[in-house]
Write a protein that binds this ligand. Structure first.
Ligand SMILES: Nc1ncnc2c1ncn2[C@@H]1O[C@H](COP(=O)(O)OP(=O)(O)OP(=O)(O)O)[C@@H](O)[C@H]1O
Ligand SMILES: [Mg+2]
Length: 248
């Protein structure tokens, strides 16, 4: 049986999924992004970290074309079929779970696909539940199902697990990892959590004051072993780029 691509094949593609050149962006007089350049290859899993206010969300919102009030220059090339995941699930409270997942999907098999995604995120049988009947972690799993039901070639996520407790977050990492290995979107994930970046991504971009200051390849096998000496090396390099001095 073909079990699908192995997770350690992340990043194998050579085609560019995302290309950003000389991106600058500001609000009124305030410059928030300043000369951003990077590419993401098809199938890569890139984590974006940086201090609070460094411009991570603004960069994601620029990619997803979500800010009307920003002034912007530069070139962004991105696939049309992208899905966005936020820290809060943004489910519509007046729609049940399955209608949230299939919202806006017009094809005949959308419901079946939505139910299959719901099963994949471990919520089989909850299709008629209302969002407020679900826990925060369950709501995020529905949001993930909604994102992936669109068959995105790019998934961009802004701290999607930031509001979850530590245990639920670890479970979400495993779930995301498993689903990504099957559905194979390119991923750009914003996180505050250095370990989350190192467990999931094969590349980590560090931002500071609206610029990219580091771009680190994480050449560690999956599943990531936090006790691996290179894991600690990468963690130290990232913390140092974030201005955190560590003695561990
Ligand atoms: N719509 C807006 N109008 C004015 N300023 C904005 C707007 N959106 C963002 N900013 C400013 O841009 C800067 C970067 O914000 P951004 O939300 O991108 O940071 P971030 O890196 O995502 O931070 P955090 O880790 O806290 O989420 C901040 O100083 C913020 O005040
Ligand atoms: Mg943010």
């Amino acid at each position: 049986m073909n079990a699908g691509p192995r997770p350690d094949e992340f990043g194998a593609g050579e085609r560019l999924a995302v290309s950003v050149r000389d991106l600058a962006r500001g609000f009124g007089e305030k410059t928030v992004l300043d000369g951003i350049n990077f590419d993401i290859r098809d199938g890569e899993f890139v984590a974006l970290i940086g201090k609070s206010g460094s411009g991570k969300s603004t960069l994601l919102r620029a990619l997803a074309d979500l800010d009307d009030d920003a002034t912007s220059s530069g070139v962004i090339r991105i696939p049309d079929n992208l899905s966005v995941l936020f820290q809060d699930s943004r489910l519509l409270p007046w729609q049940n779970v399955i209608d949230n997942i299939t919202l806006g999907l017009r094809d005949a098999d959308a419901r079946d696909r939505g139910l299959a995604m719901l099963r994949d995120v471990g919520l089989a049988g909850r299709e008629n539940a209302w969002p407020n009947e679900l826990s925060g972690g369950e709501q995020q799993r529905v949001a993930l199902a909604r994102s992936l039901a669109r068959g995105p070639s790019l998934l961009i996520a802004d701290e999607p697990f930031g509001a979850l407790d530590a245990l639920t977050r670890i479970k979400m990492h495993e779930l995301l990892f498993r689903l990504i290995a099957v559905h194979r979107p390119t991923v750009l994930l914003v996180t505050h959590d250095v370990d989350e970046a190192l467990v999931l991504a094969n590349r980590v971009i560090v931002m500071d004051e609206g610029r990219i200051i580091r771009d680190i390849a994480v050449d560690l096998p999956y599943p990531r072993d936090k006790t691996h000496p290179h894991f600690a090396d990468n963690r130290r390099a990232l913390l140092s780029a974030l201005g955190v001095v560590t003695h561990v």
